[in-house]
Ligand binder design. Structure first.
Ligand code: DQA
Length: 142
């Protein structure tokens, strides 16, 4: 089964971006890990990252057309993008939301809401990079 792992803005700088919050694993390393975890679970994983909201919307629309399961870390868009909300609403295959940190426990109140959560089968927060493995395991269970 094919699975898309989609990462939103600023996650391309993983490893260099606020490592005390997000860790030292780079996005390229994360992508390799996800592909390997997926292989072990019998999943064909493709990992993408974008800083452009429209690109993420196109990927989500394609996933809706193809009924492809999605692991989504929409990063800051999670907190305010109604376009991402509407795109997630159209998905029919499982959607698992991931955040490396636990946004609900962070001091910025804007992080305490997610437009993705209402559409997600499961939400994985605060497990660091390992959260992506947990999300893929959730998809593999279906
Ligand atoms: C994040 C949490 C968001 O609040 C933040 O805007 C991000 C990353 C996470 O993975 O912990 O960019 O989604």
């Amino acid at each position: 089964m094919k699975v898309l792992v989609l990462n939103g803005p600023n996650l391309g700088r993983l490893g260099r971006r606020e490592p005390e919050i997000y860790g030292t694993t780079t996005h390229a390393e994360l992508a390799d890990l996800c592909v390997g975890w997926g292989r072990d679970l019998g999943l064909e994983v493709e990992v993408r990252q974008t800083n452009h909201e429209g690109e993420l919307l196109d990927w989500l629309n394609d996933a809706a057309d193809d009924a492809t399961p999605v692991v989504l870390n929409a990063a800051a868009w999670s907190h305010y993008s109604y376009a991402v909300y509407d795109a997630c609403a159209q998905l029919t295959a499982p959607l698992v939301e991931v955040h490396i940190s636990n946004p609900g426990q962070r001091p910025e109140v804007f992080r305490h809401t997610s437009v993705v959560t209402p559409h997600a089968e499961e939400v994985v927060v605060g497990h660091g990079i390992e959260g992506y493995r947990l999300a893929l395991e959730r998809i593999a269970r279906d």
